[in-house]
Ligand binder design. Structure first.
Ligand code: SAH
Length: 343
Protein backbone atom coordinates (compact mmCIF):
# COMPACT_ATOMS: atom_id res chain seq x y z
CA UNK A 1 0.00 0.00 0.00
CA UNK A 2 1.27 3.46 -0.81
CA UNK A 3 1.48 5.99 1.99
CA UNK A 4 -0.75 9.07 1.91
CA UNK A 5 2.24 11.06 3.15
CA UNK A 6 4.04 10.27 -0.08
CA UNK A 7 1.74 12.48 -2.14
CA UNK A 8 2.17 16.13 -3.01
CA UNK A 9 -1.14 17.90 -3.55
CA UNK A 10 -0.62 17.74 -7.32
CA UNK A 11 0.07 14.04 -7.21
CA UNK A 12 -3.01 13.48 -5.09
CA UNK A 13 -5.14 15.47 -7.51
CA UNK A 14 -3.86 13.27 -10.32
CA UNK A 15 -4.72 10.16 -8.34
CA UNK A 16 -8.20 11.39 -7.51
CA UNK A 17 -9.00 12.38 -11.09
CA UNK A 18 -7.52 9.14 -12.42
CA UNK A 19 -10.31 7.26 -10.69
CA UNK A 20 -12.90 9.64 -12.09
CA UNK A 21 -13.37 11.88 -9.06
CA UNK A 22 -13.25 15.66 -8.77
CA UNK A 23 -9.78 17.01 -8.07
CA UNK A 24 -11.17 19.30 -5.34
CA UNK A 25 -11.43 16.19 -3.16
CA UNK A 26 -7.65 16.13 -2.98
CA UNK A 27 -7.65 19.51 -1.24
CA UNK A 28 -10.34 18.32 1.17
CA UNK A 29 -8.18 15.31 1.99
CA UNK A 30 -5.07 17.39 2.55
CA UNK A 31 -6.88 19.68 4.94
CA UNK A 32 -8.49 16.92 6.96
CA UNK A 33 -5.41 14.74 7.22
CA UNK A 34 -2.82 17.44 7.85
CA UNK A 35 -4.71 20.29 9.48
CA UNK A 36 -7.36 18.35 11.37
CA UNK A 37 -5.21 15.28 11.94
CA UNK A 38 -7.97 12.84 11.06
CA UNK A 39 -6.26 9.49 10.96
CA UNK A 40 -8.61 7.15 9.16
CA UNK A 41 -10.29 7.55 5.79
CA UNK A 42 -13.58 6.36 7.32
CA UNK A 43 -13.74 9.62 9.23
CA UNK A 44 -12.96 11.95 6.35
CA UNK A 45 -15.93 14.14 5.51
CA UNK A 46 -17.12 15.64 2.25
CA UNK A 47 -15.59 13.17 -0.17
CA UNK A 48 -17.46 10.72 -2.35
CA UNK A 49 -18.14 7.23 -1.09
CA UNK A 50 -16.36 5.83 -4.11
CA UNK A 51 -13.21 7.76 -3.33
CA UNK A 52 -13.39 6.79 0.30
CA UNK A 53 -13.57 3.12 -0.58
CA UNK A 54 -10.69 3.46 -3.00
CA UNK A 55 -8.52 5.13 -0.37
CA UNK A 56 -9.32 2.59 2.32
CA UNK A 57 -8.28 -0.19 -0.04
CA UNK A 58 -5.22 1.35 -1.60
CA UNK A 59 -3.68 4.11 0.50
CA UNK A 60 -2.26 3.95 3.99
CA UNK A 61 -2.42 6.61 6.67
CA UNK A 62 -0.18 4.65 8.95
CA UNK A 63 2.80 6.40 10.49
CA UNK A 64 6.08 4.73 11.39
CA UNK A 65 6.09 3.17 14.83
CA UNK A 66 7.52 5.02 17.80
CA UNK A 67 9.42 2.24 19.51
CA UNK A 68 10.73 4.37 22.36
CA UNK A 69 9.73 7.68 23.81
CA UNK A 70 11.91 9.50 26.34
CA UNK A 71 11.12 12.68 28.20
CA UNK A 72 13.98 14.71 29.70
CA UNK A 73 14.06 15.29 33.46
CA UNK A 74 12.89 18.87 33.03
CA UNK A 75 9.86 17.42 31.21
CA UNK A 76 10.43 19.58 28.19
CA UNK A 77 12.48 17.74 25.62
CA UNK A 78 11.01 14.58 24.12
CA UNK A 79 12.97 12.12 22.02
CA UNK A 80 11.26 9.55 19.82
CA UNK A 81 12.93 6.48 18.40
CA UNK A 82 11.08 6.00 15.14
CA UNK A 83 11.10 2.71 13.28
CA UNK A 84 10.69 2.64 9.51
CA UNK A 85 9.12 -0.20 7.52
CA UNK A 86 12.43 -1.97 6.98
CA UNK A 87 13.14 -1.95 10.72
CA UNK A 88 15.71 0.88 10.55
CA UNK A 89 15.40 3.51 13.22
CA UNK A 90 16.06 7.23 13.48
CA UNK A 91 15.54 9.75 16.22
CA UNK A 92 13.23 12.75 16.20
CA UNK A 93 13.32 15.32 18.99
CA UNK A 94 10.77 17.83 20.24
CA UNK A 95 12.73 20.78 21.58
CA UNK A 96 11.18 23.65 23.53
CA UNK A 97 12.11 27.00 22.06
CA UNK A 98 10.74 30.20 23.55
CA UNK A 99 6.97 29.74 23.67
CA UNK A 100 6.85 27.17 20.91
CA UNK A 101 8.21 23.78 20.12
CA UNK A 102 10.65 22.96 17.38
CA UNK A 103 10.79 19.51 15.82
CA UNK A 104 14.29 18.30 15.11
CA UNK A 105 14.12 15.89 12.21
CA UNK A 106 16.48 13.27 10.81
CA UNK A 107 17.13 13.04 7.10
CA UNK A 108 19.17 9.83 6.94
CA UNK A 109 19.68 6.62 8.87
CA UNK A 110 23.14 7.41 10.22
CA UNK A 111 25.39 9.82 8.36
CA UNK A 112 28.27 9.55 5.89
CA UNK A 113 30.15 12.63 7.04
CA UNK A 114 32.06 11.09 9.96
CA UNK A 115 32.56 14.33 11.88
CA UNK A 116 34.93 13.50 14.72
CA UNK A 117 32.79 15.22 17.39
CA UNK A 118 29.42 13.75 16.44
CA UNK A 119 27.85 10.62 17.87
CA UNK A 120 25.77 10.01 14.74
CA UNK A 121 28.95 10.11 12.64
CA UNK A 122 30.33 7.10 14.47
CA UNK A 123 27.53 4.88 13.10
CA UNK A 124 28.15 5.56 9.39
CA UNK A 125 25.46 5.93 6.73
CA UNK A 126 22.96 3.12 6.38
CA UNK A 127 20.61 4.78 3.93
CA UNK A 128 18.76 7.94 2.97
CA UNK A 129 15.24 8.49 4.27
CA UNK A 130 12.60 9.16 1.66
CA UNK A 131 10.32 12.19 1.80
CA UNK A 132 7.53 10.17 3.38
CA UNK A 133 9.77 9.03 6.23
CA UNK A 134 11.03 12.57 6.78
CA UNK A 135 7.53 14.06 6.76
CA UNK A 136 6.14 11.30 8.98
CA UNK A 137 8.53 12.31 11.77
CA UNK A 138 7.01 15.79 11.73
CA UNK A 139 3.45 14.49 11.64
CA UNK A 140 3.91 12.08 14.51
CA UNK A 141 5.75 14.55 16.73
CA UNK A 142 3.08 17.19 16.04
CA UNK A 143 0.36 14.68 16.90
CA UNK A 144 2.10 13.84 20.14
CA UNK A 145 2.28 17.53 20.99
CA UNK A 146 -1.40 18.13 20.29
CA UNK A 147 -2.34 15.20 22.44
CA UNK A 148 0.00 15.83 25.35
CA UNK A 149 0.26 19.62 25.35
CA UNK A 150 -2.91 20.82 23.67
CA UNK A 151 -2.11 24.41 24.61
CA UNK A 152 0.84 24.29 22.17
CA UNK A 153 -1.16 23.51 19.09
CA UNK A 154 0.43 25.76 16.45
CA UNK A 155 2.43 23.79 13.88
CA UNK A 156 5.94 23.66 15.29
CA UNK A 157 8.99 24.96 13.49
CA UNK A 158 11.40 22.47 11.98
CA UNK A 159 15.12 22.10 12.13
CA UNK A 160 16.90 19.58 9.95
CA UNK A 161 19.42 18.95 12.68
CA UNK A 162 18.76 15.35 13.55
CA UNK A 163 20.67 12.42 12.17
CA UNK A 164 22.10 12.77 8.70
CA UNK A 165 23.36 15.42 6.32
CA UNK A 166 20.20 16.89 4.76
CA UNK A 167 21.97 18.36 1.73
CA UNK A 168 23.28 14.87 0.93
CA UNK A 169 19.60 13.91 0.51
CA UNK A 170 18.31 17.16 -0.89
CA UNK A 171 15.70 15.80 -3.34
CA UNK A 172 13.75 14.03 -0.61
CA UNK A 173 14.07 17.02 1.71
CA UNK A 174 12.71 19.24 -1.07
CA UNK A 175 9.71 17.03 -1.71
CA UNK A 176 8.91 16.92 2.00
CA UNK A 177 9.09 20.73 2.20
CA UNK A 178 6.70 21.04 -0.73
CA UNK A 179 4.11 19.04 1.20
CA UNK A 180 4.69 20.91 4.47
CA UNK A 181 4.28 24.28 2.72
CA UNK A 182 1.03 23.39 0.94
CA UNK A 183 -1.65 25.91 1.89
CA UNK A 184 -4.41 23.30 2.20
CA UNK A 185 -2.19 21.16 4.42
CA UNK A 186 0.09 22.18 7.28
CA UNK A 187 0.89 25.46 5.54
CA UNK A 188 4.26 26.00 7.11
CA UNK A 189 6.34 28.88 5.79
CA UNK A 190 10.01 28.87 4.81
CA UNK A 191 10.85 31.06 7.79
CA UNK A 192 9.79 28.22 10.07
CA UNK A 193 12.37 25.84 8.67
CA UNK A 194 16.12 25.73 9.21
CA UNK A 195 18.42 23.25 7.56
CA UNK A 196 21.84 22.62 9.00
CA UNK A 197 24.70 21.37 6.85
CA UNK A 198 28.27 20.34 7.50
CA UNK A 199 29.11 22.09 4.22
CA UNK A 200 28.14 19.55 1.58
CA UNK A 201 28.92 21.68 -1.46
CA UNK A 202 27.06 19.70 -4.16
CA UNK A 203 23.85 20.17 -2.17
CA UNK A 204 24.67 23.75 -1.26
CA UNK A 205 24.76 24.56 -4.97
CA UNK A 206 21.05 23.71 -5.13
CA UNK A 207 20.08 25.41 -1.90
CA UNK A 208 18.07 28.09 -3.67
CA UNK A 209 15.67 25.33 -4.78
CA UNK A 210 14.58 24.91 -1.17
CA UNK A 211 12.09 27.76 -1.33
CA UNK A 212 13.82 30.25 0.95
CA UNK A 213 14.27 28.21 4.13
CA UNK A 214 16.98 29.26 6.59
CA UNK A 215 20.46 27.87 6.33
CA UNK A 216 22.76 26.96 9.18
CA UNK A 217 26.35 25.98 8.50
CA UNK A 218 28.30 23.86 10.94
CA UNK A 219 31.36 26.08 10.88
CA UNK A 220 33.31 25.08 13.99
CA UNK A 221 36.68 26.49 12.91
CA UNK A 222 37.93 29.16 10.51
CA UNK A 223 41.13 27.21 9.83
CA UNK A 224 40.93 24.55 7.12
CA UNK A 225 43.50 22.36 8.81
CA UNK A 226 41.50 22.22 12.01
CA UNK A 227 38.18 21.98 10.21
CA UNK A 228 39.56 19.01 8.23
CA UNK A 229 40.11 17.23 11.49
CA UNK A 230 36.64 18.03 12.80
CA UNK A 231 34.70 17.67 9.55
CA UNK A 232 36.58 15.41 7.09
CA UNK A 233 34.25 16.65 4.33
CA UNK A 234 36.16 19.93 4.50
CA UNK A 235 39.07 18.28 2.68
CA UNK A 236 36.90 17.96 -0.40
CA UNK A 237 35.00 21.22 0.07
CA UNK A 238 37.19 23.74 1.90
CA UNK A 239 35.95 26.90 3.54
CA UNK A 240 36.87 29.25 0.70
CA UNK A 241 34.59 27.33 -1.66
CA UNK A 242 31.77 27.07 0.83
CA UNK A 243 31.89 30.78 1.57
CA UNK A 244 31.91 31.58 -2.14
CA UNK A 245 28.81 29.43 -2.55
CA UNK A 246 27.06 31.00 0.45
CA UNK A 247 27.30 34.37 -1.27
CA UNK A 248 25.02 33.09 -4.04
CA UNK A 249 22.18 32.22 -1.68
CA UNK A 250 19.11 34.41 -2.04
CA UNK A 251 18.27 35.95 1.31
CA UNK A 252 15.20 37.98 2.18
CA UNK A 253 15.56 41.31 3.94
CA UNK A 254 16.75 40.72 7.47
CA UNK A 255 17.36 37.04 6.80
CA UNK A 256 20.70 35.79 8.05
CA UNK A 257 22.91 32.77 7.66
CA UNK A 258 23.46 30.98 10.94
CA UNK A 259 26.97 29.77 11.64
CA UNK A 260 26.94 27.06 14.25
CA UNK A 261 30.16 27.01 16.19
CA UNK A 262 30.87 24.05 18.37
CA UNK A 263 33.09 25.07 21.27
CA UNK A 264 35.42 22.29 22.28
CA UNK A 265 37.54 22.61 25.38
CA UNK A 266 40.99 24.10 24.66
CA UNK A 267 40.61 23.68 20.94
CA UNK A 268 38.86 26.26 18.83
CA UNK A 269 38.13 29.33 20.93
CA UNK A 270 41.33 31.40 20.95
CA UNK A 271 42.04 34.96 19.90
CA UNK A 272 43.58 33.61 16.66
CA UNK A 273 40.24 32.05 15.84
CA UNK A 274 38.53 35.38 16.33
CA UNK A 275 41.06 37.18 14.11
CA UNK A 276 40.69 34.62 11.34
CA UNK A 277 36.89 34.72 11.56
CA UNK A 278 36.99 38.47 11.10
CA UNK A 279 39.18 38.09 8.02
CA UNK A 280 36.94 35.47 6.49
CA UNK A 281 33.46 36.64 7.35
CA UNK A 282 33.31 40.38 7.82
CA UNK A 283 30.60 41.72 5.56
CA UNK A 284 28.64 38.45 5.35
CA UNK A 285 25.13 38.42 6.91
CA UNK A 286 26.10 35.93 9.58
CA UNK A 287 24.71 35.15 13.02
CA UNK A 288 26.77 32.92 15.29
CA UNK A 289 25.21 30.20 17.34
CA UNK A 290 27.72 28.82 19.82
CA UNK A 291 27.20 25.23 20.91
CA UNK A 292 29.17 23.99 23.92
CA UNK A 293 30.36 20.50 23.01
CA UNK A 294 28.05 17.79 24.30
CA UNK A 295 29.86 14.70 25.45
CA UNK A 296 28.68 11.22 24.50
CA UNK A 297 29.90 7.70 25.31
CA UNK A 298 33.50 7.52 24.09
CA UNK A 299 33.67 11.11 22.82
CA UNK A 300 37.21 12.29 22.08
CA UNK A 301 36.69 15.89 23.24
CA UNK A 302 35.66 17.71 26.38
CA UNK A 303 32.96 20.19 27.19
CA UNK A 304 34.31 23.75 27.52
CA UNK A 305 34.04 25.90 30.63
CA UNK A 306 31.07 28.23 30.37
CA UNK A 307 33.32 31.21 31.10
CA UNK A 308 35.33 30.39 27.95
CA UNK A 309 32.14 30.19 25.92
CA UNK A 310 31.08 33.58 27.29
CA UNK A 311 34.48 35.05 26.47
CA UNK A 312 34.27 33.81 22.89
CA UNK A 313 30.77 35.18 22.59
CA UNK A 314 31.91 38.62 23.73
CA UNK A 315 34.82 38.62 21.29
CA UNK A 316 32.53 37.77 18.40
CA UNK A 317 29.97 40.38 19.43
CA UNK A 318 32.67 43.02 19.71
CA UNK A 319 33.82 42.03 16.23
CA UNK A 320 30.37 42.92 14.94
CA UNK A 321 28.76 39.46 14.76
CA UNK A 322 25.41 38.86 16.37
CA UNK A 323 26.08 35.84 18.63
CA UNK A 324 23.94 33.52 20.70
CA UNK A 325 24.78 30.54 22.86
CA UNK A 326 22.65 27.46 22.27
CA UNK A 327 21.51 26.19 25.62
CA UNK A 328 21.75 22.48 25.99
CA UNK A 329 18.44 20.70 26.14
CA UNK A 330 17.74 17.07 26.74
CA UNK A 331 21.31 15.92 27.26
CA UNK A 332 20.17 13.60 30.06
CA UNK A 333 18.38 11.51 27.42
CA UNK A 334 21.14 11.97 24.80
CA UNK A 335 18.81 14.18 22.77
CA UNK A 336 21.09 17.21 22.55
CA UNK A 337 23.06 18.23 19.45
CA UNK A 338 25.34 15.51 18.23
CA UNK A 339 24.08 12.91 20.69
CA UNK A 340 21.71 11.06 18.38
CA UNK A 341 22.76 7.53 17.60
CA UNK A 342 20.60 4.56 16.75
CA UNK A 343 23.15 1.81 16.51
N1 SAH B 1 24.66 17.13 9.28
C1 SAH B 1 24.13 18.43 9.60
C2 SAH B 1 22.97 18.29 10.53
C3 SAH B 1 23.33 17.91 11.95
S1 SAH B 1 22.92 19.28 12.87
C4 SAH B 1 25.24 19.32 10.12
O1 SAH B 1 26.34 18.82 10.30
O2 SAH B 1 25.04 20.51 10.28
C5 SAH B 1 23.52 19.01 14.38
C6 SAH B 1 24.37 20.15 14.90
O3 SAH B 1 24.93 19.67 16.10
C7 SAH B 1 25.52 20.50 13.96
O4 SAH B 1 25.85 21.85 14.01
C8 SAH B 1 26.62 19.66 14.57
O5 SAH B 1 27.89 20.15 14.20
C9 SAH B 1 26.33 19.80 16.03
N2 SAH B 1 26.95 18.73 16.82
C10 SAH B 1 27.35 17.52 16.42
N3 SAH B 1 27.91 16.83 17.42
C11 SAH B 1 27.85 17.62 18.50
C12 SAH B 1 28.23 17.46 19.86
N4 SAH B 1 28.79 16.34 20.30
N5 SAH B 1 27.99 18.48 20.70
C13 SAH B 1 27.39 19.60 20.27
N6 SAH B 1 26.99 19.81 19.02
C14 SAH B 1 27.23 18.83 18.13
Amino acid sequence: MKSFYNYTLNELEDLVTSIGQKSAHARTLFTQVYKKQIDSFENIENISLELKEYLIKNISLELPKVVKEQVSTDQKTVKFLVQMNDGRTVETVLVPFEKKYTICISSQVGCAMKCSFCFTGTQGLTRHLDSTEILAQYVLAFKWLKKNMPEKSAPPNIVFMGQGEPLHNIEQVKKCLGILFTTEGLHLGPRQVTLSTAGYLPGLRDFNDLMGINLALSFHSPFDEQRNELIPLNKAYPLSEIIKQLKTINLRKRQFLTFEYLIIKDMNHSLEHIERIKELLTGLPVIFNLIPFNEFPGSPYKRPLMKDVEWFKEQLSESGFHTMVRTTKGDDILAACGQLNTK
